[in-house]
Design a protein around this ligand. Structure first.
Ligand code: C5P
Length: 229
């Protein structure tokens, strides 16, 4: 079998201030989770899609997707992102060769982006979308003023999708303790700790994460101009 994809959509989206779970917030006429589901299911190599829902919102997530996409399962998420990923992994078919995890908060994902991350698995156990840091970085001092400049050479911003060989990511989660599931902020971080080689794949396209209202306004403009039906 090919890849199983997981959309983690169980976050509350408090910083967006809409009163809705973030995945259900609409941009350019569609909930964020629906944009992600369309792109992931259109990617070559993705055979099964699981959506991890805010607990109790499974029906609303199903309604948001409608009949646009065939979904293998919609399951309730956990108290942290990585606990939600674990719930998604448990719901995938057992025979997938690769597992790709994507945040519902990144609705600009494209099938090409998913395919290029999955292609990285031909050479490595993991591959993630990431962009080189282009801003000059400052560390803040104790007084709130600039302490110093951090050399940005070799620094990347980790994004999603993130893909791993299925046996590797299942192994990572099998051995993860509760502290790691509560503190890790992405799967690549768990992989690094275990010495798993993870490739950085530059998507060369905006892959914004919607966190605050200004992000939503920007994503709205970019999605309205996108050609995904
Ligand atoms: O909060 P943040 O934007 O970093 O979350 C990243 C992704 O993880 C979002 O798509 C969010 O829905 C998801 N998440 C989750 N379960 C949680 C927390 C976050 O699925 N408990």
């Amino acid at each position: 079998m090919g890849a199983g994809a997981i959309i983690v959509a169980a976050g509350s989206g408090e910083r967006l201030g809409t009163g809705l779970p973030k995945a259900l917030v609409r941009a350019a006429g569609r909930p964020l989770v629906a944009w992600c589901a369309i792109a992931l299911s259109a990617a070559r190599g993705v055979d099964a899609l699981v959506i991890v829902s805010p607990p109790g919102e499974e029906k609303a997530i199903a309604a948001a997707i409608g009949d646009l996409v065939r979904v293998h399962a919609i399951v309730p998420g956990g108290t942290t992102r990585q606990r939600s990923v674990a719930a998604g992994i448990a719901a995938l078919p057992t025979d997938v060769d690769a597992i790709l995890v994507h945040d519902a908060a990144r609705p600009l994902v494209t099938p090409a982006m998913v395919e290029s991350v999955l292609a990285g698995l031909a050479f490595h156990d993991g591959a993630i979308a990431a962009a080189p840091v282009t801003d000059t970085l400052k560390r803040e001092g104790a007084d709130g003023m600039i302490d110093r400049t951090i050399d940005r050479v070799g620094l990347w911003r980790a994004q999603t999708p993130q893909a791993f060989r299925a046996d590797v990511i299942r192994g990572m989660f099998d051995e993860a303790d509760p502290i790691e599931l509560d503190t890790a902020t992405d799967c690549a971080g768990m992989a690094e700790r275990r010495g798993v080689m993870v490739a950085l794949v530059n998507p060369h396209s905006p892959n914004l994460k919607v966190t605050v209202p200004a992000d939503l306004a920007l994503v709205e403009v970019l999605l309205a101009g996108s050609r995904i039906a």
